[in-house]
Design a protein around this ligand. Structure first.
Ligand SMILES: Cc1cc2nc3c(=O)[nH]c(=O)nc-3n(C[C@H](O)[C@H](O)[C@H](O)COP(=O)(O)O)c2cc1C
Length: 324
């Protein structure tokens, strides 16, 4: 009897996995079948040495792809048991999934799965309407369900204090020419299979903006289209900051993002204060949290937009030659 996953299951699930977010849309993942298990790997050719020297961002993105993969398998009735970083001698293998007992997907899994193709980073200003309490609760629960915490910043002074940390981190990063060059090399004038299309990059930054934006060569803002004055800022954090914690955080990130999409909310991510160690520690202290902040999100009601392109799935599959 066949006990492992098939190439067809791998290809179908990986098609959903690649919809995950990644720094500069580098898509740092690969997927393979080994001894009947599906494995998620980091692609050494898709590192960002200046932006992500430690590999934190790649592991978070890989964790987000892993969450989509888990969902896809669960919704197909073939849920997985997951082992993170299964081979100590192969740190680029982030996870191994083997079939668990077949079962019917839950309504939550079905709703989150349906949100995968609709989710995208929305860097434009949001409407000023507040995010209702039940949606806030669902977002925090989504993080908890994946063993992480989500802190929603309440009140103008908490958001202002955060903004100061974020702007400081942004300034530190922007001083590095290699970091700036790397970002610019991933901006795409039109739709291409990877990188950030300039049309998705959000509006150009202006001096009155509270939060820093990455500067993906965005469009000029129409007069009066400022960012919402009191954004809902959420900080996602994990229990620790090992490589495994970062993969765990990536799964939680994706669960929060899909939960937001399912609730009709838009999200943009800002990770400058995570990437500068002193800012990250300042942020952690300001929240009074143990563990490690892993991502910051701006959440609200946005204008419609469209998902960004991905590479064809066959480019990220490692298949045995006779199965390709
Ligand atoms: C670890 C990580 C860090 C990110 N940091 C930022 C950021 O600082 N600013 C930003 O605008 N987007 C950030 N993003 C979002 C990516 O740029 C985005 O996911 C990618 O361009 C693909 O677009 P999509 O989210 O619309 O699918 C980050 C994503 C990840 C996974």
């Amino acid at each position: 009897m066949e006990t492992g996953y098939t190439v067809e299951q791998l290809r179908a699930a990986a098609t959903d996995a690649v919809r995950a977010p990644s720094l500069h849309n580098v898509q740092p993942w690969r997927f393979r079948l080994r001894d009947g298990g599906i494995e998620v790997l980091l692609d050494p050719a898709r590192r960002l040495p200046a932006t992500d020297p430690s590999g934190w961002g790649a592991r978070v993105a890989g964790g987000a792809a892993l969450f989509n993969l888990r969902l896809a398998l669960a919704v197909a009735g073939a849920p997985a048991t997951v082992r993170l970083r299964p081979y100590p001698s192969e740190p680029d293998v982030l996870a191994r999934l083997v079939p668990d007992l077949p079962s019917r997907p839950s309504p939550t899994e079905q709703n989150l799965y349906a949100a995968i193709p609709r989710r995208f980073s929305n860097r434009a200003p949001f409407w000023p309407d507040p995010v209702p309490a039940d949606s806030r609760w669902r977002l925090a629960e989504a993080a908890r369900a994946e063993h992480c915490w989500l802190e929603l910043l309440i009140g103008v002074s908490a958001v202002n204090a955060f903004a100061e940390i974020a702007r400081g981190a942004h300034r530190v990063l922007e001083r590095d020419p290699a970091y700036r060059a790397e970002r610019e090399s991933w901006v795409r004038p039109g739709p291409e299979p990877d990188g950030v299309p300039a049309t998705a990059g959000g509006p150009q930054a202006e001096p009155q903006d509270l939060l820093p934006s990455r500067g993906f060569g965005g469009i000029q803002r129409a007069p009066g289209r400022d960012f919402e004055p009191e954004p809902l800022v959420a900080v996602l954090g994990s229990a620790g900051n090992t490589a495994v914690d970062q993969v765990v955080a990536g799964q939680a990130l994706q669960r929060v993002l899909l939960t937001a999409t399912d609730a009709g909310l838009s999200v943009s991510m800002l990770s400058q204060p995570i990437e500068v160690p002193s800012a990250r520690e300042q942020l952690r202290l300001s929240l009074g949290r143990f563990g490690a902040p892993q991502m910051v999100m701006r959440i609200g009601y946005g204008q419609p937009g469209r998902p960004t392109p991905r590479r064809p799935v066959d480019e990220v599959l490692d298949l045995p030659v006779h199965l390709g």
